[in-house]
Design a protein around this ligand. Sequence first.
Ligand SMILES: Cc1ncc(COP(=O)(O)O)c(C=O)c1O
Length: 385
Amino acid sequence: MDIKNLDHSYIAQTYGRYDLAITDGEPSGFLGDGREYIDFGSGIAVNTFGASEAGWVEAVCAQAKKLSHTSNYFYTEPQSRLAETLCTRTGLKRVFFSNSGAEANECAIKAARKYSHDKYGDGRATILTLENSFHGRTITTLSATGQTVFHTDFMPFTPGFAHIRANDIAALEGALTADVCAVMMEPVQGEGGVLPLEAGYLAAVRKLCDERDILLILDEVQTGNGRTGTLYAFEQFGILPDILSTAKGLAGGLPLGATLFGEKVENTLGKSKHGSTFGGNPICCAAANYVLSRLDDAFLGEVKAKAAYFHEKLAAMPGVAAVSGMGLMIGITLKEGDAHDVALKCLEKGLIVLTAKDKVRLLPPLNIGYDDIDRGLAILAEVVA
Ligand SMILES: Cc1ncc(COP(=O)(O)O)c(C=O)c1O
């Protein structure tokens, strides 16, 4: 039996997989079904430097040989060092480590509710999120997700979430009733269609939150770790969140989530209030230490330059109606045709692209070379023409 038949026989069929079994990471992307593929997807913004970059492999193997795992009842060097780097580079104060984006958001939600309960008591636990948002697949993060398509089949969902229109400060002001403790948003809605928030909106949200002691949670699960051209996207909006969640590209190909706490909430989750068996695993943290060591100003400048190059080439491409996004998080509106069809046709020609709603979505590895960008864009141009 081959890989695909085993999958069909034994794996819960929750994914609409493409007809490709990937076996190896390659400098330009992946090897699968006996062929090379250029990668414009990064395993959905995870493979920060591709799937098998030499420095990352070395960092992971060295840590695996030294110490693979111990419980969080003990201190480990990779975890402590990673927390220091994250705090120093963001201006936030403390970190809780988990294994995924949904878990990082669960932790953010728990911290926000506890902060409010400690200070104001019962009845102030509602969290406002944006329509069209995506925050994860657990019952609580599905409740937070502002898309009704996710609010079926699994009732009852966690109460205490309400959804407001993005970029509408009057809508937020109207929704800030006495029961609200926090607002939570993605700086760029990723799954929702690669839609950046307006700069002025996020600054106005910050101001309103400050005036009313409402916590601002930024979900940087997808926008974080260099993806938008700064270490975290909030830097480009000129604000600091109270809580920041991230995951995906943080460890560059291993599962690691992080929830960062600002001054107000740095001590909110005390002893035994939260935990995770695997969270902050030494190998995942060593991988993240390597990732962050590479994401210096010069590298992030290169990300911005490559993003500008993508935008310029895409905007001039026949068949492309509009290009959205920030950094190497790119959404393409097609003049005609279906984004999923485009993804299928690109795959037939040896290029991996993603989709988000009705857009073609590109999330290439941050270290992608201009030759691979050109080769990939040539395939995409041929398909969308
Ligand atoms: C903004 C955002 N938040 C949360 C998640 C959930 O992350 P995970 O799949 O690691 O749980 C995602 C995943 O796409 C995401 O894009």
